[in-house]
Design a protein around this ligand. Structure first.
Ligand code: ZN
Ligand code: ZN
Length: 644
């Protein structure tokens, strides 16, 4: 008998050679139908693989990342089986799970898969899935494996084999398809109930452009048709909300080859949003006791040697500029400049906490292949600030930072968010992490306590902290459930020392402050990209580039329309008149396309009574109102930054 320890700590006895599936069955038949794989002593295994020793076991289902990845990797094998049946002689490279599904790289020789083949391949995959074929694992001596693929003439698998040792080689077979694979796999193909092949692309073998271009076939599968339908609907919605598409349609930003890749130019509409965000940040930070600073975008090499950016982060910086025999770098972070401001005047404990903020411009070298719309760019504007405090002050300061996040989440209607607390790993002290075991323990405990006390959902991950302290990555989810990494908060007990930052403590001794790095609104680039998706381009009135469009029914009412717009502008409301010689129906439709929150339609009656007919984006007709009445209402909506 063997002892199996379950995640809740319960220990159960099973016969030697029992499988995870046997364990699941002993708990409930319903559970057994959902088990895709198992974590055995922390390693992901086939649910059908015999367990021969005492072990801790976690059953993995669709709701576990490892379960889902096993499902998708198995689907890649199923896809390969279908491809092989329709394109005999095809050779396969690798077929991993990815964020949303899986792919397989393949060499089709002189044949080609086209969009037209996808439906037939999906049909074939469905047929094969229904055959309920088990995924059978077989350990193979290296020579047998080499013989097998030599006979098949498959140079790709032979290449994979050349990097594997005897004793660690396994084959998996389902139906008529056998692959060199370390696994694991789902119990059988019938788990795969809904299939969609999503894309055909080219990919150089091993990612090297000197190598042959292989065909990369992407797909996604689900345990039910309902889940596939929901996924496809979400994709459709995400396409409509794509920040690159909306950014163009709403004239938010542009890029130009002469300026350079990844360098965003904010057009007037985008700049309005930027200024509103900065206004919000400035108000919020002023209230929270921050002071504002302005610092240059470049600095000498010596500063980045002190900060450690050089040589460690040289890869992510632009190359240096030489001037007057010195090297200058475009900054990739604002911190060092802020540290210099802290150091500019002597500080005592009375000056702490010292909080300085700047919407700082930074430049990062991202590979051109990595650049993506507003999400990955080379010039960013960061909602940055640094808090220099004593250890006694840390809890309050850190809690206040978290509260600021929550305040922003409320304003922007962010309902789902998670904080990821990254901790150090004690074995790597002095190598990957500053060798200060006590400080690590202390700061990690402080950060964890604040998160627990604030009731903020968070997960802990080991061995992913920054070099100089624990960090918190903030992930937010848009209205359609897509995840964005918004910002990183860091606790830093090291840079203070590198920069010799000091304050005089109560006992007159020199002390090094703790530093909190924070950027709740992230960068303008990423945050506005997020907001475009979050609002589907329909910004709330306070953020909308144009808040009101005045639409005269005909030229006869143009003067009155201009008078109304003038009054709005005087009340600091962003208003425009549609003075085109178009039918009112077209004017309304065009304004709706531009997603402008309010339309004021003006005709004979409105002009004679000094009124406006109000239409609200998404809500339709709100009736006729006096001009002053409308101005008061929208001014309050804007002032309170209401969602709608
Ligand atoms: Zn495989
Ligand atoms: Zn910083």
């Amino acid at each position: 008998m063997i002892n199996i320890t379950l995640p809740d700590g319960a220990v159960r006895q099973y016969e030697n050679g029992s499988t995870a599936l046997d364990v699941a069955k002993s708990i409930s038949e319903g559970l057994a139908k959902k088990v895709l794989a198992a974590s055995v002593n922390g390693q992901v295994w086939d649910a059908t693989r015999p367990i021969n020793d005492d072990a801790s076991l976690k059953l993995l289902t669709w709701n576990d990342t490892d379960g889902k990845n096993t499902f998708w990797h198995s689907s890649a094998h199923l896809m390969a089986e279908a491809v092989e049946s329709m394109f005999p002689g095809v050779k396969f490279w690798v077929g991993p799970p990815v964020e949303n599904g899986f792919y397989y790289d393949m060499d089709l020789g002189d044949k080609k898969i086209t969009e037209d083949d996808l439906a037939a391949l999906e049909k074939k995959m469905n047929e094969l899935a229904k055959q309920n074929n088990g995924f059978v694992r077989k350990e193979m001596p290296k020579t047998d494996a080499i013989n097998y693929f030599t006979e098949k003439g498959d140079e790709y698998k032979l290449d994979l084999l050349s990097n594997l040792n005897d004793g660690e080689i396994t084959f998996y077979t389902q139906g008529n398809f056998t692959d060199l694979c370390r696994g694991p796999h789902i119990p059988n193909t019938s788990f795969i109930k809904a299939i969609k092949l999503t894309n055909i692309a080219g990919a150089y073998w091993k990612g090297d452009e000197k190598n042959k271009m292989l065909t990369r076939l992407y797909g996604v599968t689900f345990p039910s048709q309902k889940e596939l339908d929901e996924y496809l609907a979400l994709l459709e919605e995400a396409k409509k909300r794509d920040h690159r598409k909306l950014g163009k349609e709403l004239s938010i930003y542009t890029m130009d080859d002469d300026v350079g890749q990844g360098l965003i130019m904010w057009m007037p509409n985008g700049t309005v949003i930027i200024e509103e965000l900065e206004k919000l940040a400035k108000e919020t930070e002023l209230e929270a006791g921050y002071k504002r600073v302005v610092t240059p975008h470049i600095a000498k090499e010596s500063m980045y040697l002190t900060s450690g950016h050089l040589p460690y982060y040289a890869d992510s910086m632009y190359p240096p500029m030489e001037m007057d025999g010195e090297k200058y770098y475009l900054r990739s972070m604002n911190c060092p400049h802020h540290h210099k401001i802290f150091a500019a005047e002597p500080k005592s404990y009375r000056d702490l906490p010292y909080r300085i903020a700047e919407y700082g411009t930074v430049y990062r070298y991202e590979q051109s292949g990595e650049l993506f719309g507003l999400m990955r760019v080379r010039c960013l504007h960061m909602n940055d600030a640094h808090i220099y405090c004593t250890r006694e002050q840390f809890n309050d300061e850190f809690r206040a930072v978290n509260e600021m996040y929550l305040k922003y989440f409320k304003i922007f209607g962010i309902e789902r968010y998670v904080m990821r607390l990254s901790l150090h790993s004690p074995e790597k002290l002095g190598v990957k992490y500053v060798n200060e075991p006590e400080l690590w323990k202390e700061t990690e405990t402080m950060v964890r306590n604040v998160l627990v006390e604030s009731g903020i959902p968070f997960v802990e991950v080991q061995d992913e902290a920054a070099f100089y302290g624990p960090k918190i990555d903030v992930q937010i989810f848009s209205a359609i459930g897509r995840e964005f990494t918004l910002a990183t908060n860091q606790v830093d007990f090291s840079q203070g020392r590198s920069f010799k930052l000091q304050y005089t403590g109560q006992d007159n001794k020199a002390e090094t402050p703790l530093i909190i790095h924070r950027a709740p609104l992230g960068t303008h680039e990423r945050f506005i990209g997020f907001l475009l998706e979050q609002y589907a381009g329909k910004f709330p009135a306070w953020l909308a580039p144009v808040q009101v469009k005045v639409l005269p029914i005909s030229d006869k009412f143009m003067d009155y329309a201009k008078t109304v717009a003038g009054k709005l502008k005087k009340a600091d409301i962003r208003a425009e008149v549609d003075d085109r010689n178009e039918k009112i129906g077209k004017k309304i439709r065009d304004t709706e396309l531009l997603k402008i929150p309010y339309m004021l339609v003006i005709g004979e009656k409105e002009m004679n009574e000094n009124k406006v007919a109000v239409r609200r984006q998404g809500k339709g007709d709100l009736g006729v109102k006096g001009v002053e009445e409308f101005i008061n209402e929208i001014a309050a909506e804007i002032r309170e930054r209401r969602a709608d």
